[in-house]
Design a protein around this ligand. Sequence first.
Ligand code: ZN
Ligand code: ZN
Ligand code: ZN
Ligand code: ZN
Ligand code: ZN
Length: 247
Amino acid sequence: MKCNEISHFSHPQHKLSYEYSEFPFKCDGCKEVGIGSRYKCTNCDYDLHMHCAIPSPSITHPFYTKCSFQFLSRPPGNVPRYCNACEKDITGFLYHCRSCGFDLHPCCAKLPMVLDDGDVKLYLYRKVSASCHRCGRKGRNKSWSYRSTCKKYNLHVACVKEMLVDSWHEIYFGHDNNYNNSNTNYRKLENRIPSLKGTLQTHHKKSKGKAQKCCEVAGLALQFIISAVLGDPTTLIAGVVGSLMSK
Ligand SMILES: [Zn+2]
Ligand SMILES: [Zn+2]
Ligand SMILES: [Zn+2]
Ligand SMILES: [Zn+2]
Ligand SMILES: [Zn+2]
């Protein structure tokens, strides 16, 4: 399924080649951030998520059983559209249901229903009534959430995206002079998301034994969620987020 070179309608002048890198990119199809696997034009600095490079013409989604989503290269009509999974604006590629007007980013449409690495299992929910570990809010409008098996760890897809938008420029471009000094960068990221760090450390403080285990799991879980939201659930951004959570 994974070809080394493809042609794509959005960039007909050159072939795109498969590349894997932990360096984030902005997808020129859906305009969202990505990490890990991508198709790239090396002449033009043109990048596409796997999901945007090889879209399905139409999909169904377990959360919207009556819908049929068509792949479109730009949002239909003149009104601003937002994604039903992450609440963010849609400005490029999308999946759209003609009969109800629901819209999904290609990567949001393909978010795995379960993220599982053997130890950690996270389930995707359309709505979660417990509070989110990033924003603290319950049932934030319409954003989907990932929830751990123990149900103690919830994170909005919308919040993961916000966290990344807040942080990623700073992580990757804010320290041109000492890009290789990773410790500095990690500390920066940690400062940017204090609420998340705080909740990870304290949300279980009453039951000591289990606390440690569950918080480790939660930290690992976050890596999975971030990779999935960025369009490549197989990526582990261990260097960036893993170190933050293991402190
Ligand atoms: Zn994309
Ligand atoms: Zn090109
Ligand atoms: Zn529909
Ligand atoms: Zn989305
Ligand atoms: Zn949240």
